[in-house]
Design a protein around this ligand. Structure first.
Ligand code: SIN
Length: 582
């Protein structure tokens, strides 16, 4: 089957896509190509998304995979990293269909880096058993992918095929007899409404819940909150991934750099051989996991936190030493392979080809989200979700590196197929058939990949966090919320800390009512309310799961008395439960 075309659409239907990261842009293009009326709504400019900041790339086993690589190996790695908590069918779909959507990106103008022989240049990242990470512009993958898709979206817009609405903050979903039939949004201080046959949430994540994050300022849990207020089921919210290597910059460095965007140092740098050392210059990761710096991401972040606590500097940072790469691969390698990171570290006052750079874990990606089936359908008719806001179960308790852009692609396309009623008649836009011959690898549940969960000593709180605990919480503010979540619901958690977090979040309900849409023309107040609701949901889920799993690490390792629900409805449902949409 070839790409969708206008003639193939059974009848024009209207789809509102909310969000302009990879899932939103790609699904808007596919739906428009198939003849749907598409409205693409985003709360900032089209380029304001997490996708734009992605460095490492997109994992995929292509038609001609690297020697020794298979789709089955990609599936096994995803299941392993996910700590046995992934939905195996979703993982099989993700890894098997990856190559279709990589081809789909090519149709929309995305070009990946190639090696000297003209083959795709494939990077290695932590917890992948083979190099399979496609990248663009070296370490500017997200920016390159977003730029190409945005250009195509604007071409479609100019041709009258996609209506683009920027700087429009969706404040609520419109419901009619239990079905989502449109959205209300705020634009330039005015309320507006649009109606549609369905709404696809592709609003990304919620890194702004935490004080340190790799996410841009737009990542404020909007889609999750919209869906929850409309009654959609959400799940796995206790699993928030912290990226181990976000560069730590002092106020002076930030001022000198003149750029406050988060400075992620891609996992691909460790894939090329960079190591982590502590303030004494000691390499420590091998003490925590046999795969050392290439252990799954949750393990590396947690090991950094535990190591700093053991050194008596829980509030500190470690160092990423990439000089070893330059020694091995030759002078100039870092600049060529990682031009963006080279430039940004230089601006921050470091020559990373000659000296280690300070890094610490930062909130990066939410594995949980709005429950969907494999066609983006949520528990509310007319409401679809794809990408980070959704939870298909593909990321389990800890996402495998570079599977997030891929998830946005594969499940963004499938959501459009679900919308067009093609979920039973075959894929919408693949230029290629799925690979055959690769079988689903066995589940990794019960593997010993999480050996470090034995390291459950008492948590030494950072100095700032101890003082936070003893202070009265005070009135709600976004910085206070972010400090609270970092101190009490971050990389290392205990029942006591989570209980304190729940109490503080509850006390803020007088200032911000999370389950109500604020009667305010200020978009920031809507974001605050979304963040508070998301924080409550996350902390509730974290209190319910008393054992450590993946990115959810209970350093106390004890059971606590039953958590009492503050809300009248259950928060979660099994992904296996039947979904009623459409
Ligand atoms: C990175 O480049 O390390 C981020 C990639 C990802 O989050 O998958």
């Amino acid at each position: 089957m070839t790409s969708g075309s206008l003639a193939e659409a059974p009848k024009p239907k209207r789809l509102i896509v909310v969000g302009s990261g990879i899932a939103g842009l790609y699904s808007a293009l596919l739906a428009a190509e198939a003849g749907a009326e598409v409205v693409l709504l985003t709360k900032g400019a089209l380029a304001d998304s997490n996708t734009y900041f992605a460095q490492g790339g997109i994992s995929a086993v292509l038609d001609e995979p690297a020697p020794g690589d298979t789709v089955a190996a990609h599936i096994a790695d995803t299941l392993n990293a996910g700590a046995g908590h992934c939905d195996e069918e979703a993982v099989r779909v993700l890894c098997t269909e990856a190559r279709m959507d990589i081809a789909g990106l090519g149709r929309f103008g995305v070009r990946f880096d190639h090696d000297d022989d003209g083959d795709p240049s494939l990077g290695l990242e932590a917890a992948h058993s083979a190099p399979r990470i496609l990248h663009a512009g070296g370490d500017a993958t997200g920016a390159r992918v977003a730029a190409a898709l945005i250009k195509t979206v604007l071409d479609f817009h100019a041709a009258g095929r996609i209506q683009v609405i920027g700087h429009g903050q969706v404040t609520s979903l419109s419901l009619d007899s239990g079905r989502v039939v449109g959205v209300t949004f705020l634009q330039h201080g005015r309320w507006q409404d649009i109606r549609a046959d369905a709404v696809l949430l592709a609003t990304g994540g919620a890194g702004q819940l935490f004080a340190q994050t790799t996410n841009p300022s737009v990542a404020t849990a909007d889609g999750l909150a919209l869906a929850r207020r409309a009654g959609a089921e959400v799940t796995d919210l206790e699993f928030f991934q912290f990226h181990p290597t976000c560069m730590v910059r002092t106020g002076d460095a930030l001022e000198a750099e003149g750029n406050t965007d988060p400075l992620l140092i891609s996992e691909a740098v460790r894939g090329e051989g960079a190591i982590l050392v502590d303030a004494n210059g000691q390499r420590f990761m091998a003490d925590y996991h046999p795969d050392a710096e290439l252990a799954p991401r949750d393990v590396v972040s947690r090991s950094i936190a535990l190591h700093l606590a053991a050194l008596g500097d829980p509030n500190g940072h470690v160092f990423l030493d990439a000089t070893v790469i330059e020694e091995e691969r030759g002078k100039g390698f870092l600049e060529k392979r990682f031009p963006t990171i080279s430039k940004r570290t230089r601006q921050a006052g470091f020559d990373w080809s000659r000296e280690p750079v300070p890094v610490a874990p930062a909130a990066h990606y939410w594995m949980g989200g709005v429950v969907t089936d494999l066609y983006g359908r949520t528990s509310v008719p007319g409401l679809l979700a794809a990408g980070e806001v959704a939870c298909t179960g593909v990321q389990g308790a800890n996402r495998l590196a570079s599977n997030s852009l891929l998830e946005g692609l594969v499940f963004g396309r499938r959501a459009v197929e679900g919308f067009l009623g093609r979920s039973s008649t075959g894929p919408l836009a693949p230029a290629l058939a799925p690979r055959t011959g690769d079988r689903l690898a066995g589940s990794a549940a019960g593997s010993d990949a999480h050996a470090t969960t034995a390291l459950s000593g008492p948590l030494e709180l950072p100095v700032d966090d101890r003082s936070f605990a003893s202070k009265a919480v005070g009135a709600f503010s976004r910085p206070a919320l972010r400090r609270l979540m970092t101190a009490k619901a971050g990389v290392l958690r205990t029942g006591q800390l989570l209980a304190e977090a729940a109490e503080a979040l509850g006390s803020w309900e007088g200032d911000v009512v999370p389950l109500e849409v604020p009667d305010s023309l200020d978009p920031r107040e809507h974001e605050d309310s979304n963040l508070l609701l998301a924080a409550q949901l996350l902390v509730h889920a974290a209190r319910e799961r008393r054992e450590s799993l993946g990115a959810h690490y209970r350093s106390d390792g004890v059971k606590e008395p039953d958590v009492v629900d503050d809300f009248d409805k259950p928060y979660t449902m099994s992904r296996k439960a039947s979904l009623v949409n459409d």
